[in-house]
Design a protein around this ligand. Structure first.
Ligand code: FAD
Length: 300
């Protein structure tokens, strides 16, 4: 398989630098081909601006989304952007590897996402109408590929636990996992987080690599997180709120994961999936009955 590793750390002799070398060696030893985008080493330009569209009139007002679309469609994107898009097209899996800086990814990596995910490639894909809100969240240009985060954090695991002071790690990473990876179609795996990096020593580094190695060995067999598909029936379109009968009474990031009961992934009506289509019809009938009962209640 072909794997793209996007690495964001300025120092090759860092812990992240060591982990990068481990990741590449491990994946190659398993027979995979690995492309590495080492953003600092490449001198990656982090800011999205008018220079990203090569045929732009210098005095024209810069529109980040529309200029991006024009450049993508007409082949006038800055070469560094087009090169990274080609790496993504070739990849079967993407690994984003970075230290947690201010509860998120380093700016250089955010800039990679902002520039490489051009309008028409990372977003703005598919039909946008009152009936369909684009190919995203489970569909899109990068559908069929897998993605995983490898993150290091200075804080302890308990600081990022369900009641930890920093907030739960799944919540902090949700904008990346769901907003950046699932949005353009990736199947997203549970993130791999190495905590308390200040306490690293050779023995712990060996144990860290052992655990990470197992994650890499199962990169293509681990079931992805069951994020709900936007166009699978769980969300009303165009409002895009989760239907009230799903995760009733709950709010927050967790509701976008299908739970054991009405898992959206199980009853998406797809061609040739008559059982799924039947369940979809049942649900539609139930919605109608609920809406009628609700309207009746209001009228009384
Ligand atoms: P390094 O500093 O290079 O190394 C960490 C330790 O590992 C060192 O003791 C080093 O000697 C050892 N080490 C390195 N390589 C090896 C090896 N091969 N074998 C054995 N030991 C090794 N943390 C949070 O939890 N939340 C935040 O929001 C956050 N924000 C931050 C913001 C900024 C701007 C910065 C600079 C740090 C922040 N941190 C935060 C801490 C940060 O996440 C950690 O410093 C980082 O993850 C450590 O990774 P590193 O590659 O820089 O490690």
């Amino acid at each position: 398989m072909n794997i793209l590793l996007v690495h964001a750390h300025p120092e090759p002799r860092s812990l992240n630098g060591s982990l990068k070398r481990f990741i590449v060696d491990r994946l190659e030893s398993q027979g995979h081909a690995v492309q590495v985008s080492d953003l600092y080493a490449m001198g990656w330009k982090a800011t999205l601006d008018g220079a990203d569209r090569l045929d732009r009139e210098p005095d024209a007002r810069f529109d980040p989304a529309m200029d991006s679309r024009h450049a993508f469609v007409h082949g006038t994107q800055s070469e560094d952007i087009a090169r990274e898009q080609d790496k993504l097209r070739r990849a079967d899996a993407l690994i984003l590897q970075f230290p947690l800086w201010w509860f998120s990814m380093p700016a250089i990596l955010k800039g990679w996402v902002e520039r490489v995910y051009a309008n028409g490639f990372g977003y703005g894909v598919g039909e946008h109408s009152d009936a369909r809100w684009g190919d995203r969240y489970g569909e899109g240009s990068l559908a069929g590929k897998r993605a995983m985060l490898v993150v290091t954090a200075g804080g302890w695991e308990s600081h990022y636990g369900p009641r930890g002071i920093n907030g739960p790690i799944d919540d902090l990473l949700f904008p990346i996992q769901h907003g950046i990876l699932y949005y353009p179609g990736f199947d997203v795996l549970t993130p791999h987080v190495v905590y308390r990096t200040g306490k690293m020593d050779p023995a712990r580094f060996a144990a860290t690599c052992e655990t990470l190695g197992r994650r890499l060995d199962t990169l293509f067999s681990t079931p992805p997180l069951p994020f709900r598909r936007q166009n699978g029936g769980d969300y009303a379109i165009p409002e895009l709120g989760l239907r009230p009968e799903l995760a009733p009474g709950r709010t927050g990031f967790g509701i976008h994961l299908a739970d054991a009961q009405p898992a959206s992934v199980l009853h998406v009506a797809q061609p040739g999936n008559e059982q799924g289509a039947e369940r979809e019809q049942d649900r539609a009938r139930r919605h109608e009955a609920q809406a009628a009962a609700h309207a009746e209640g209001l009228a009384q």
